[in-house]
Design a protein. Structure first.
Length: 283
């Protein structure tokens, strides 16, 4: 059951669904305009969000895409307002437009390695039998950074890239000290083994640390992250980027190193993260 959450005076969001890979959809409302974040993974998803917003008298004026993965853009057909995205997001949507999303085509792409089972399964589950996807191209493109004044609240859209997707953008709302991360902090899932690279991860951490936020929204997390939680996460990323290079991708050594530093046993999440860094390590 997805519900609209009131995060703060200017921000509401629709909770994610893990099973069908529905990401968080959000709206930032100022006294002039409302910016929506992401189009959803289907017309049904986009429609649900619009219905929920209407119940609260919120109408989107503009929409921004965090990146071009299917679950953030398949709802575009339903969007009737100007859409903003990074140049690379635009290009990727263009590349996806001619693709078929029928079982056979999906299975073939999984077989050849251009699609992953995780997404193919979620696409089948979310879309059911109707696999006709029409994604209109976004209206406004940018390269680096874009600031939108919504009236007493601002959104800074910043291209950060990273391992998960080269086109990842984050949206910072300074007045609310809130940072929408999209999927940028997640690993690269479009690879044989899910992975982080030390180089991309350290660049990303640096970019994120430039923003002073108290609340972080990750698109597939059920709850927003607090400042403390994000500090711990970024710290883990930093430790991994150091240790994976220092121990040349030797998993056992990295685990021992981090456990010694923490002076306790490592958590499941920490072990998983180390594994992703090991997967991404190349001599
Ligand atoms: Zn993604």
């Amino acid at each position: 059951m997805q519900t609209l959450q009131h995060l703060s005076k200017h921000i509401v969001y629709l909770t994610p669904v893990q099973k069908t890979d529905r990401p968080v959809l959000a709206a930032v409302t100022g006294n002039k305009k409302t910016l929506l974040i992401d189009a959803g993974n289907s017309v049904g998803h986009a429609q649900l969000f619009q219905d929920e917003l209407l119940k609260h008298d919120i109408n989107g004026d503009l929409l921004v895409l965090t990146h071009s993965h299917w679950d953030h853009v398949f709802g575009l057909e339903h969007i009737r307002i100007p859409v903003i995205c990074h140049e690379k997001t635009y290009q990727h949507i263009k590349e996806m437009q001619p693709l078929s999303w029928e079982d056979q085509a999906l299975d073939e792409r999984v077989e050849e390695g251009t699609e992953i089972p995780f997404c193919a399964d979620a696409i089948k589950l979310e879309l059911g039998r109707n696999r006709e996807i029409s994604m209109p191209l976004p209206d406004i493109r940018f390269e680096k950074k874009l600031t939108i004044d919504l009236g007493d609240v601002t959104c800074i859209i910043d291209h950060v890239g990273g391992d998960h997707a080269k086109d990842s953008c984050i949206i910072y709302v300074p007045e609310e000290k809130t940072l929408f991360l999209g999927d940028c902090l997640y690993a690269n899932l479009y690879a044989e083994k899910w992975n982080y690279t030390a180089e991309q991860a350290s660049r990303l951490v640096e970019k994120m640390e430039a923003y002073d936020a108290d609340t972080y929204i990750l698109s597939h997390h059920d709850q927003p992250c607090t400042k403390q939680e994000m500090e711990a996460e970024l710290n883990l990323m930093k430790q991994c980027t150091r240790a994976v290079v220092e121990h040349r991708g030797d998993r056992a050594k990295i685990e021992r190193d981090l456990a010694t530093e923490a002076n306790r046993e490592l958590t499941e999440h920490e072990l998983e993260t180390i594994g992703f860094f090991v997967n991404g390590y190349v001599e």
